[in-house]
Design a protein around this ligand. Sequence first.
Ligand code: C2E
Ligand code: CA
Ligand code: CA
Length: 585
Amino acid sequence: MSVGNPTQVEWIAWRGTALDDAGEEPDAAADPADQAGRVLLLVESGGNRNHLAGHLQGRHHIISPRGGRLPNEPFDLVVVDAAGFRRWHRQLVDAKLRDQPTFLPVILIASRRDLRRRLKLFWDTIDEFILTPIEPGEFMERVEMLFRARRLALKQRARLAYVVNHDRLSGLPNLNLFMDRLTSTIMDASVLNKPLYATVVHVPLAHVLASLGHREFDRAAAVCASRIRKLLGPGVPLAQLGSEKWGVIHPVGMQMDGVLEVCGRIQNLAGESIRIDGERIRVSPRIGVGAYPQDASDAAGVLDCAISALAAAGDAGPMFYSKSDQDKALRFIRTESRLHEALKQEQFELWYQPQLCLEDRKIVAVEALVRWRLPDGQLVPPLDFMEVAETTGLICDIDRWVLREACAAVKRWREQGVGIERVAVNVSAEDVCAADFADVIEATLDEFRIPAAALELELTETALFEISGDSLDKLNRLRKRGIDIAVDDFGTGYSSLRYLHQLPVTSLKIDKAFVKNVDSNETNAAILRTIALLAQNFGLGTVAEGIEAKEEAAYLASLNVSVGQGYLYAKPMPEADLLKWLKSR
Ligand code: C2E
Ligand code: CA
Ligand code: CA
């Protein structure tokens, strides 16, 4: 088979090959002997068509043209008679060309008279002919022979596509396939109007080449490839872009935190040296990231940006092409490393914000809100580190610390009779996923000897939406024990009625966005009325957060929203201030 024509190779290259089909070479030995084929029947003579269809049926799929066009679905063999040939000749030639370099066989059904006439002109489109009257046994034998040739051609094409698309040494998809996938992923990103990141990894191995020669260089590169593959895990497709360069296309819409997490895994390559020819070789990857659309609008441009970012990258972390992305990434990486220290050195504080009964203004609970105090005394609000804490899993440790602190506090308050009987803590989706989530909460209640009713968990709608299976069992267990569960930020997520009915939820916490100016903003008022009605119908309590004005509180009370929280009453504050505030009321 000739692969001389570059446009043909390019075309074969992409057909039916996925970027994540790493290393699986098509099996050349396997011969699926009797597979059904798809036969395009272009026989215009009704008698012959019925006759042939009768023989083919049951063994092969028969495909017919629709209207004046050949069908879109693929076919493996064409059976055509003289009239059909005159009608479809042009389109058949096109179909054959499109399938090149794969053999697409055409059988002509013809009388001796047909053969002598004009048909000779089209001879090179025909691969086999059958004379009428048709002898069924002979016809079927020729069909099977041609199918065999077709299957062989398809197998060769798959093999060729594999060779064209994969790296010879690592078996990973190569630059060809990477660029093709990047092009099509950018098209998806463009349709969805979402960003797309591509990462290039370079592991400098020139010193191996210089000292140990090209064979050991190849081995070192192959070891790097398989280590990166392992570090990334099965969900992330990896391509080999050059002898010491690899590429990853991140899913459309993945945000920078996700990209950083993947890059962090690649960075771990440096953790262990590799052994080549008895020598220990240290490998330190450098990582560059380019983004669509902010860096470039096409695949070649995004790749160029990633490569040029690479030039500036050190071993500390990935380098983004755009300055603002790079600043953001640095902030993320620094926050992550500082958060580890913060946990060890107990730099967190717990602040409390009162929740009041809107009718009589009595305190029903406080919400515990975490604060991070930097060594220089500055306070970091949770929104500045929550994203990092959640993506890196550190949130679980933070929330466990919060839970203990909050339970200890409520125990103190109950003993001192200060009038706070309940505390609400925020819970992330990551917390609920932990196998011992329910155990830890129950053990903490037991340890501080406080009743379950003293604790409320706040889960955002988004977190609740992801809950099923084991996590649902854990929540049910906690609810059975008597712990209340509130839906935080209600109305900002999916607001699906499914979870209100299936999950063990006890109250809705109306997001502050809807409370704002509710007395004058008709849309917010309508939303609030709806939520209040929903809560009533589902038998759920309601808490409104972010109440800043008396008018807002009055409107909420008129809707029978029972509990309110907001700057109108008190801001979140440390325990000492909370106790002072209580005394001063
Ligand atoms: P959230 O749970 O919705 O908490 C309410 C946020 O609204 C708090 O911000 C609170 O200070 C603020 N707020 C309260 N009243 C008013 C008001 O009248 N007006 C305005 N404009 N804002 C008000 P904060 O403390 O910065 O917390 C932000 C978010 O961080 C929380 O939102 C919560 O999702 C998360 N968070 C805080 N502490 C924790 C924690 O310990 N664990 C977890 N997983 N998340 C936490
Ligand atoms: Ca909350
Ligand atoms: Ca909220």
